[in-house]
Structure formats: structure tokens, C-alpha cells
Design a protein around this ligand. Sequence first.
Ligand code: AMP
Ligand code: TRP
Length: 341
Amino acid sequence: MRNRVAIASVQEVTRVLSCIQPTGTVHLGNYLGALVHWVSGQHEAEVFHGIVDLHALTVTDQPKVLGVQTLELGAMLFAVGLDPERATVFVQSHIHEHSELAWVMECTVSFGELSRMTQFKDKAAKRETDFVSAGLFTYPALQAADILLYDAQEVPVGDDQRQHIEMTRDIAVRFNHRFGETFILPRAVHPKMGARVMDLQDPSSKMSKSAHSDAGIVYMLDDNEAIMRKFKRAVTDSDNEVRYEPETKPGIANLLEILSAATTTPIESLLNQYEQYGRLKSDTGEAVVALLEPIRSRHEELMSDPAELTRLLAIGDGRARTIAAATLHRVHAAIGLLPRS
Ligand code: AMP
Ligand code: TRP
């Protein structure tokens, strides 16, 4: 007879898990496009936010840098408004169950399935002469562990991650079939999309950490002067009429979208307030300064108070740990590993 292992009682509130790698510097695009929704989401669902440092380890050999980046990102998540009492913010490497369950996942997925992951093929090809770690290959097994450990029902991800979520479901189905109902099947959902922020110097491309130059990227920790300078130098067009036409006037459309998101004013109401590009640029700059200044000062405050930051992270770690430990226990019991006496 199959093992019948109790799954944590079906949650009334949807449980949502998002993870973010501590690589790169957080910019206005990440904030308006994703983080603001994380903050509002904590009032709508039971949310888990993992800072997945072990995933970043697949492509880095500078572990000391990783620790600092993890701390910086943690401070940023709290600075933008995640409340540790509502949102479970945790550091992946602090919860050893991730690595332990990842091994079980590796034994539940086939070499062939992992070989078909397009992200692995892309990343391995990009690294060319660099070291391609086995971790880069088994990365989706660790990702499956991240998701299944928390009985996550919804995983908001972009298209590039859908294949990994599908694989997670396949692993869960296979495991449940072999060892009895153990895992909740997660589903990929479209993240709530905020503004799509474009590069201020190249408004036809998304603001992105992989851009060639920093001039068109507004980082969350840029000082007020730098923010104003970047907006004043934003690339627009030469017809000098403020209209919202993303196709033909991407620079102006981008400024309007940013101003609209930063001041929560509909674009239509902004249109009749502006005749000149100059004032649109400086007002948008000022709105972004007003938006980011308190976040930056909260971030500074947290970074200069490591004890407080550690305390905040420990709240999430504790909650995550309890759930993760229960799931791993369930998994070991389902498989029938010999319990420790
Ligand atoms: P990435 O930095 O590309 O890993 O993205 C982290 C999150 O920020 C994802 O949810 C992206 O969709 C979002 N994001 C990144 N760049 C932008 C952008 N320029 N505009 C809006 N959202 C973005
Ligand atoms: N692979 C994801 C990315 O590159 C990050 C990630 C790791 C993740 N574990 C996850 C995303 C679990 C969602 C759920 O963006």
C-alpha cells in the first residue's frame, strides 16, 4: 500500500512564492515593474520571497560578494515596504532544506529532461570558455525544491521561467505517483505587470542591468542629483509635442509612464498638463526623487544597522524554516528513509 502522508491542510489564502537572485543592482524598472506589486501583494495573499543566493552560486566564484549582495537586496526588500510580519522574506542558504530537497528532486528528474531546458542551453552557450558548472545544469531541480518546500500554489514568473515551473509540476506528479501524495502542484501565473520602464537613453529597450551604459538606468540607490541628471538628459524626439504614442514617441511615452506610476496619476490627466519636454523631464525626475528618497534613506538606515537587518531577516528565516522542515520530513517519510532515532 502506498504511503498516505498528510499534506499541510489546504490553505484558505493563496500561497505565492517569488524568488530573486542577489545579482546586479536593483533599478527603477525592477521597482515599478515588480517590487511595488510584491509590496501590495502582501495584503492579498500569503507571500514568500526568497533571496536565492545558492542559485547565484551557479555562475559566480566570488562568494564574499554574494553575501554582501544578499544583505543589500534584503535591505532593499524591506526598504521598499515588505513587512516581515506579512511577507516571509528568507535567504535560501539559511534554510538547509533547499539543498536537501534539491537532491531528492535531482533523483526524480531525468538527465534528458534537464538537457531540454532552454535556459541551461542559453546560459551554457553564453559562458562559452567560462566554467560551466554541474550546478548550472541541475539548477531547475533546486528551483523545484524552492517551490515544493513551501507548498506554493502560485509562482509568478516571466515567460523565461515557465519551462522550469512545468518541470517542477512534472517532478511533483512523478514523486506523488511513486511515493504517495506529498506535494501540492504549483502553477505558473503571470506576474502583475506594473509599468514597463524603458532605458532613458534608448527608449526602445527595456531598462536593464545588462545595458551597455548606466546613463539611461536609474538605480534605486542613485542620489538625487544623478536621478535629475539622467532624466534631464533623457532621449526624446524632435517634434516637441507631448503625446502618448509608445510606437512613434517612445521617449516621451516612457517619461509619461514613469511619471504616471510615480505619482499614481493616469496618463490622460498628465497629458494636458505638459506642453514642453523640459518640464516633463524635470517633473518626472522630481517625482522619482520623491519616490526613491525615502526608500534610499531606509536602505541606508538598515545597512548601517546590521543587527536590525539581521533581526528582520531572521523573522522570515524562522517562518520559512518551520514550513520547509515539515515538508522535508514529509518527503523522507513518504520515501521511507530510515528515521533517525
Ligand atoms: P531581472 O532584473 O530582469 O531579473 O527582473 C526582475 C524583475 O523586475 C522581473 O519581474 C522583471 O519583470 C522586472 N523588470 C526588470 N526590468 C524591468 C523594466 N525595465 N520594466 C519593468 N519591469 C522590469
Ligand atoms: N530561476 C529564477 C530566475 O532566474 C529564480 C528562481 C529560483 C525562482 N528559484 C525560484 C523563481 C523559485 C520562482 C520560484 O529568475
